[in-house]
Design a binder for this molecule. Sequence first.
Ligand SMILES: [Zn+2]
Length: 114
Amino acid sequence: MQYRCPKCQSPKVMPVASANTPAVRPVVPKSLVILIPALFILLFLVLVSIAMWIFGDGAGSTVQIATVIAFVICVLAGIMFWRDLPNFKISMQAFMNSNKDWKCRECQHEWHIQ
Ligand SMILES: [Zn+2]
């Protein structure tokens, strides 16, 4: 299995979708779909809170409640993702093995695995 560029040996390779050999898509767990936007929302709310502490007289109660809710969602999604992780790894490995076309992000070299 080739996970490195055969030309420049860079590990920064990415799968290329090909029309004639459609790769098996990895099954992305729902917890990850929740976790990523939840983390962004939490980060945004934390930044808003910090900005309110600096420029005002503390974060408003609405922002504080929203931050706590976002934090709880992140923790729950994080636990769910932790449990989904073994299956996700297997799914990702199957995807990596089934994908035949690769491209290097370093030197733009493209190659095909037999
Ligand atoms: Zn390369």
